[in-house]
Design a protein around this ligand. Structure first.
Ligand code: HEM
Length: 440
């Protein structure tokens, strides 16, 4: 602390973005545009990781091009983006987290990597199935034909490395008013009404704004004290005394930071496909529809914030189940409801960067392809468990399931590791030269 007693300026935990050659894939940070394509590829048994790596990242003059007529995906997407500028074309490539060792045999596992496992609500009515997937392609564009071009290019480039029926493609779109199938303002559309980060860096906020004093036993309700225990309380006091700051920007939210420098600016991606029962949702009166999400449809305002406690007022609301908070310096969230919602939790939500898109199947079924990026895989784990009611939102609260799950069903689910640019290039023995220009 400076001698005059003033507080030191907040640090920006992820300012590394501009300091390293291990950049995030540039397609990751821009928000969704009008058109989306999401491909989850299942590779054939005994696939050749080098052939797959070349199909993704080889330079056009590689001695063995991925297939007779196809340059690698990265080369094609970069060329396509350059030719069609100023149209938008952003591409992100990931690999199933369980395949990390196959694609990066000489690299340590990312510290916060996790595998997507099937999850179920206590009564078995709601399920998040784990459907696997080895390669992810996420395309965002202002033009559908550009999305189709990149998707079809991947299909050709991967050729016979793909398992029969293993190319699961979902096109999606964002409505002009940015509302999702439920008529709600969603993530990227209105940064004022969402926890979705809208700036690369910042805003930086104090994680434990109430100070050390708050964590003294005499200030805490009996129930919270019991749940924290003396050790938990001491840990919170120590954290508060250190006056930590959290950066709520897109980079800090989605990219691995100094906690795992071997994978700096890599990221984790969750992909889930949901099918909706909009008839049942639309049969509800307007206030009940708002309560499902916990936000007012009209302006996105959070319900129960006006002097009340939204967590207790609407424990089933989607935004209540989905908002998890930092409880540790390295961004770990302690799932205990006491630490999540008692004074022990940080003010800063542990965010994920949501980039879903909406679709309508040929038979009129509506759905959402949910895509989100996060710096830690376990942030997803915790949100999913809270949505299924497997983790309570306050000590002793009933095992409520996210109200939204009454109107939507997940049909797929998988976690992907999104390599930084250096790792992406290393997938091929003949990578594109890095001349500092944006490859997409
Ligand atoms: C069909 C599936 C889903 C739909 C339609 C949906 C829709 C929404 C809507 C309308 C909001 C409020 C507006 C906003 O903040 O953007 C929201 C917030 C949120 N959702 Fe979802 N969501 C879905 C699934 C998920 C899943 C699977 C996760 C995480 C694994 C998730 C995580 C979040 C988070 C973190 C928030 C912000 C909560 C906060 O205010 O702090 N959502 N979602």
């Amino acid at each position: 602390m400076p001698e005059d007693g003033s507080r030191p300026p907040p640090t920006r935990p992820n300012a590394f973005y501009v300091q390293t050659s291990r950049q995030p894939q540039p397609g990751l940070l821009p928000p969704v545009d009008r058109c989306t394509g999401v491909v989850v590829v299942h590779l054939r048994e005994g696939f050749d990781p080098r052939a797959v790596g070349d199909a993704i990242a080889a330079c056009p003059s590689a001695p063995a091009p991925p297939s007779a007529d196809a340059e690698s995906l990265v080369a094609f997407a970069g060329r396509s983006a350059a030719v069609h500028r100023p149209e938008v074309l952003h591409v992100v490539v990931g690999i199933g987290t369980h395949r990390f060792g196959a694609f990066f045999p000489d690299s340590p596992l990312p510290k916060r990597l996790g595998e997507f496992e099937e999850l179920c609500s206590a009564d078995g009515r709601h399920r998040f199935p784990a459907t696997g997937g080895d390669v992810l392609l996420h395309v965002k564009s202002s033009r559908q034909d550009l999305v189709v071009g990149v998707v079809e290019h991947l299909r050709r480039a991967l050729g016979r490395q793909v398992a029969p029926g293993g190319f699961a493609l979902q096109y999606g779109a964002t409505a002009p008013d940015g509302r999702n199938s439920f008529g709600r303002p969603d993530a990227g559309s209105d940064p004022r009404s969402t926890a979705n980060p809208s700036l690369d860096v910042g805003p930086v906020c104090r994680a434990y704004p109430f100070g050390e004093e708050t964590y003294r036993a005499e200030h805490l309700p009996e129930q919270l004290l019991r749940a924290c225990g003396p050790a938990g309380l001491r840990r919170r006091q120590e954290l508060a005394a250190r006056d930590l700051h959290a950066d709520l920007g897109r980079i800090a939210t989605s990219c691995i930071g100094d906690e795992d420098s071997a994978h700096l600016n890599g990221s984790f991606c969750l992909v889930q496909r949901f099918l909706h029962d909009l008839g049942a949702f639309e049969a509800l009166p307007p206030e009940a529809r708002d309560a499902v999400f916990g936000r007012r449809s009209q302006d996105g305002a959070r319900l129960g914030d006006d002097g009340g406690d939204p967590v207790r007022a609407l424990p089933r609301a989607h935004v209540v189940r989905a908002r998890v908070r930092m409880t540790e310096t390295d961004g770990r969230a302690d799932p205990s409801p006491c630490l999540q919602n008692g004074p022990g939790a940080s003010l800063a939500p542990l965010q994920i960067y949501r980039q879903g898109a909406e679709f309508t199947d040929g038979d009129g079924t509506r759905g959402t392809v949910f895509v989100a990026y996060a710096r830690y895989c376990d942030t997803f784990d915790l949100i999913l468990l809270r949505m299924l009611g497997r983790v309570a939102v306050w000590p002793g609260s009933p095992p409520d399931v996210d109200h939204l799950l009454e109107f939507t069903t997940a049909t797929t689910g998988q976690y992907f590791y999104v390599p930084n640019l250096e790792e992406l290039a290393a997938l091929s023995e003949h990578p594109l030269p890095r001349d500092g220009t944006d490859p997409f």
